[in-house]
Structure formats: structure tokens, C-alpha cells
Design a protein around this ligand. Sequence first.
Ligand SMILES: [Zn+2]
Length: 205
Amino acid sequence: MDFSSKLLEQAVAEMSQLPGIGKRTALRLVLHLLKQPTSQTQQLAEALLDLKANIKLCKNCHNISDTEVCEICANPKRIKELVCVVEDIRDVMAIENTGQYRGLYHVLGGKISPMDGIGPSQLTIKSLVDKVKEGEVEEIIFALSSTLEGDTTNFYIFRQLEGINIKTSTIARGISVGDELEYADEVTLGRSITNRIPFESSLKS
Ligand SMILES: [Zn+2]
């Protein structure tokens, strides 16, 4: 791509770093911003900087939050004995949208994936195990996507919890293997949480 302007080229280069944004799309977005009033670009830039500077991770569940403890963990109506293990905030949002779940979450921050160099220590697994050992949790629900990485992660955590008196279950999914949780429709996802099955029985199939 030949640019008549270095400034334009630089902006396009930065924009095209974003996932799913190729050079063409980046150019279209940059030209769009150029046509807008300066105030709008300023608001966009400020919102992003503000996000980076002030976002926190909930100290209990590791979900993205504006406060030390997220709104879900701070809600006294939520069932604290029930913890649903998910990969990231998109899964929390998907499950919250079903309106079928009243427990808390534990956000791992990813899945074990040796191919991508992600091992258990890069995830919040230790914090989950520690939380369980403290004894307030009665049931762990595994809700990672049923990919090889998701299954590996579930099984790793399950092994870490061996010997601890805790119920483990997995969401019973009407979703085909490999589908990501965030794309599951709300009814199916809601039903799969309500009709969750003991984790051990998912291993036998
Ligand atoms: Zn939280």
C-alpha cells in the first residue's frame, strides 16, 4: 500500500495491529476518523487510555472490573458456594445473559495450550485451588469450551482438586464439540448450566 502521507501510513499501521483488521479496513477506519470532528477522536483515544490505566481485575474471581471486587462477587444475592470456571470475560457475559446462573465465577484468563506456550502457571488456577482449599466453595462448574485445550485445562484442574471434598460438574452442552461458549445461544447455554452433569461422568464418554 502506497501512502501519500507518513502520518496516514502510521495511523493505518497502528490500526491494523488490531485482531481482524486488515490494512484495507484500517485505512477505511482511519479515513472515517479523519472526517469526524477532532473531539470524537479525542474521546475515543481518551476512552482507550482510561481503560488501560484504570481497569482492574477482581481480586476474588479475576474478572475485568472497575472496582477491587467486581459487581458479581460483591452481590450478596449470589450463591458464594457455587463457582463457575470460565476462560474470560466473554464467557461471563454469555452466561450472565442467560439469567440462569446465580453463583460466582472464576476467570482463568485462558486455557492450557502448550502450542501457544501457555502453561498452568500463566492462568489463575492456583488461586482457584487455594479458594477451594479455604473451604467456602461447595461446587465447581467447568464451563470451558469443549476444545482439546478446554478439556486439558478442565482435567488439569480436576486433578489439582483431587483429595479435596468438593463437587465438580461440567456444563451439559447441546453444542457441538469445538464451539466456543460465547457463540452458544442463550437458551441452550442456560439449559446446559441447569442440567450440568458430574465431571467424572463426562470423562467416561
Ligand atoms: Zn469478582
